[in-house]
Design a protein around this ligand. Structure first.
Ligand code: PLP
Length: 450
């Protein structure tokens, strides 16, 4: 079996249960032509075969993780009502579910009070956090590391705030010496700490950045879109664990349930430590805020319409798998990290490969060994193709040569960047599949070295 389908029977039962809540209403004739529907659905299913198998452990490339069956089913269930979580007028039950689910996320960071909501994804969530930051520090600069997600500079542009990138150290983390030297020049309103970079999964040195905040006074935003859930896990190396222990001290956090939170796409989340920032959103809606004096989520969100179904899916997932340290959900994440460590150990002790540093979360960066960086880039691309031809799907990553010189002393560097391979081991099953992945990788690397 490739797809979990048993839940589809439960879906019918749940839809009928939901329908029974509306049984007092007169029936509405169905206008749907099932034959035509079938034809189109089959055509869509056929078209969707043209995808990498993101759901399978042999997909070990980009940052993609399948939703949990409960999330998929709860999302579909909600579709029969299709609530809009802009206002309680559009999604009463799902807005309440969103508030509960988001409060549970905030509690992961020790925040018993907070302001926050779901967004369409990490970019919108970061936009919102930086918008709030810009309102509180008008005209001041935003700093993030060169390895921060590329959207931070674009978001800053949208917000008409100057952005500056701070160099990274050889482990892809924000260089705090460079950060401090920039801070001494003044005019900085916000520092973005990336808690799990997109490229390598590196965790910026939060304790050092917090110490600099005490000295220089700036707003600190944590982009934990990918890494945020790792706060629940107990198998991190001490340096990363130290950052997670202090994550609750930042001013705002972005965490993406559609990355590690087992949700379908369209589910990011922004959290503010101080609920008072809600006053910055102040607006009135002549159309929607009528049915209740309770908070409408649209009153504290930049976006207007938002999928209530996302909230239903997240709420159901967290009901089944509570966000507790050492619970089943946390165990799944710990397996991802363990998978990444196992693969890293194999790669770093094998003469055919080059590695850089131990993964902090679950992303492994590596390359086929060669003497010149141009050959490494060429062989990485060849390995990517050869592995894919054998159903093992990896990703490519263009990494700054400057950050590699220390790790690869024997290599002659010929350009500014080196193309490496990147493997996000984001499925708990990856731990069991490491041996098979390693087997395919070994065969593929031998073929390209011939
Ligand atoms: C650290 C980080 N921040 C932000 C984003 C952007 O999130 P989204 O793609 O959900 O907009 C990503 C996406 O990979 C990310 O890894």
């Amino acid at each position: 079996m490739k797809f979990e389908k048993d839940g589809l029977d439960l879906l019918r039962e749940a839809v009928e249960h939901m329908e029974s809540g509306f049984s007092h209403l007169p029936d509405v004739e169905s206008q749907v032509d099932i034959t035509a529907l079938r034809d189109v659905l089959m055509e869509a299913a056929g078209r969707m075969q043209d995808n990498y198998p993101y759901f399978h452990p042999y997909y070990a490339g980009q940052m993609l993780k399948p939703p949990h069956p409960v999330a998929r089913l709860a999302y579909m269930l909600a579709m029969w009502v299709n609530p809009n979580n802009h206002a309680l007028d559009g999604g009463r039950a799902s807005s309440r579910m969103e508030k509960e689910a988001v409060a549970e996320l905030a509690r992961m960071y020790g925040w018993e009070t907070h302001l926050g909501h779901l967004t369409s994804g990490g970019t919108m969530a970061n936009l919102e956090a930086l918008w709030v930051s810009g309102k509180l520090n008008p005209g001041k600069k935003i700093l993030a590391s060169v390895q921060a997600h590329y959207t931070h500079s674009r978001i800053s542009d949208v917000l008409h705030l100057d952005f500056e990138a701070i160099p990274c150290d050889s482990r892809s983390k924000m260089d705090v010496v460079a950060l401090e030297s920039r801070l001494t020049k003044g005019d900085v309103g916000t520092v973005v700490a990336t808690i799990g970079t997109t490229g390598t999964g590196a965790v910026d040195p939060l304790p050092d950045i917090l110490a600099l905040r005490d000295r220089y006074g700036f707003r600190l935003h944590a982009d934990a879109a990918y890494g945020g859930y790792y706060v629940l896990v107990d198998n991190l190396a001490e340096e990363a664990a130290a950052a997670y222990r202090r994550l609750g001290e930042v001013d705002s956090i972005v965490i993406d349930p559609h990355k590690h939170g087992l949700q379908p796409y369209g589910c990011g989340c922004v959290l503010f430590k101080d609920p008072a920032v809600g006053t910055l959103y102040k607006h009135d809606s002549p159309y929607t805020y009528f049915s209740s004096s309770e908070l409408h989520l649209g009153e504290i969100s930049l976006e207007c319409s938002r999928a209530g179904a996302s909230a239903v899916a997240l709420w159901a997932t967290q009901r089944l798998l509570p966000m507790t340290r050492n619970g089943e959900f946390a165990g799944g994440l710990a397996s991802c990290r363990e998978a990444a460590l196992q693969l890293y150990r194999k790669l770093s002790t094998d003469e055919r490969f080059l590695t850089m540093f131990e993964p902090e979360l679950d992303i492994v960066i590596f390359a086929p060994r060669a003497g010149k960086s141009g050959d490494i880039s060429r062989m990485s691309k060849a390995l990517f193709d050869e592995a894919a031809a054998n159903d093992l799907h990896l990703a490519l990553f263009s990494y700054p040569a400057a950050l590699l010189r220390g790790a690869w002393p024997g290599v002659v560097f010929e350009g500014e960047t080196v193309t490496c391979l990147r493997s996000c081991l984001m499925k708990p099953e990856h731990q069991e599949w490491v041996e098979r992945i390693w087997g395919l990788l070994g065969t593929a690397v031998d073929l390209i070295r011939r």
